[in-house]
Design a protein around this ligand. Sequence first.
Ligand SMILES: CCCCCCCCCCCCCCCC(=O)SCCNC(=O)CCNC(=O)[C@H](O)C(C)(C)COP(=O)(O)OP(=O)(O)OC[C@H]1O[C@@H](n2cnc3c(N)ncnc32)[C@H](O)[C@@H]1OP(=O)(O)O
Length: 229
Amino acid sequence: MCRGAQHVVNRILPAADTILHDHRVKFTREDIDSSELDRRRALYGPLTEAVRELVDATIRTEVDESVIREVHAEVAAAAAKLRAKQLDGAFGLRFTTGGESFAWGNAGIGLRNALAPPLSVESDASGLHWTEVTLGAPYEGPPGLVHGGICALVLDHLLGTTASSIEPRFTGTLTLRYRRGTPLGRLRAEARITRNEGRKTVVNGTLSDAGGVTVEAEGIFIGPATATA
Ligand SMILES: CCCCCCCCCCCCCCCC(=O)SCCNC(=O)CCNC(=O)[C@H](O)C(C)(C)COP(=O)(O)OP(=O)(O)OC[C@H]1O[C@@H](n2cnc3c(N)ncnc32)[C@H](O)[C@@H]1OP(=O)(O)O
């Protein structure tokens, strides 16, 4: 998990059971240490990268029909092998014995989620939070442009992590202004807290390409009553 999110989780941990009970978040304490986590990271990370590659290759391939059929059978066989032993439901938010967190199914940052771009949030001492990401063919909406919902995913995650740098926060309201199409390719999103009122934190941010801002965002993030009680 990215540094910002780990900081949030460290704050959530003491109140986790209450928060999770209230919000039905799936939360698991695993009996593993950080070296085992590293071993699993090295195991699953490359698998997820290979699946991401497969998703992009599936969209863009122009090989012969016979090869498509062959690959279809191979992919179905691979999925059946993985299905032989499965979690009951989603991955949830997990912790090692040392309190390190891993949300490997998360749609924004999940190490085991090939749909995740994946995002990694950085921050500096001034309170600026940012993420840089390359969005390719799998994230297309209008031709050659990023899907509006994917822009929202990036901004929701970044603004949420920014809001949660003080206390854990859920997205209450997210308002986006799409100023122009966001081209597929390298992008940067930035965010800052602009207002803090008790359990409510307002965060403003932008998504930009090399030519400037494409999407402006404002989010109102709400802390669970139990986290600040
Ligand atoms: C915490 C554990 C996370 C674990 C993970 C860790 C990972 C760390 C990485 C973080 C990165 C996350 C980035 C993605 C973040 C999501 O994507 S979160 C998922 C999407 N959001 C949700 O599912 C939230 C669903 N909604 C809810 O759970 C509840 O409605 C809320 C938002 C917690 C508020 O419920 P509530 O506590 O009952 O609120 P309530 O007491 O009625 O109101 C409190 C105040 O908030 C205001 N308010 C309430 N709802 C709203 C709203 N929707 N809009 C605006 N204002 C509102 C009220 O007007 C009130 O204001 P005041 O009267 O005090 O001025």
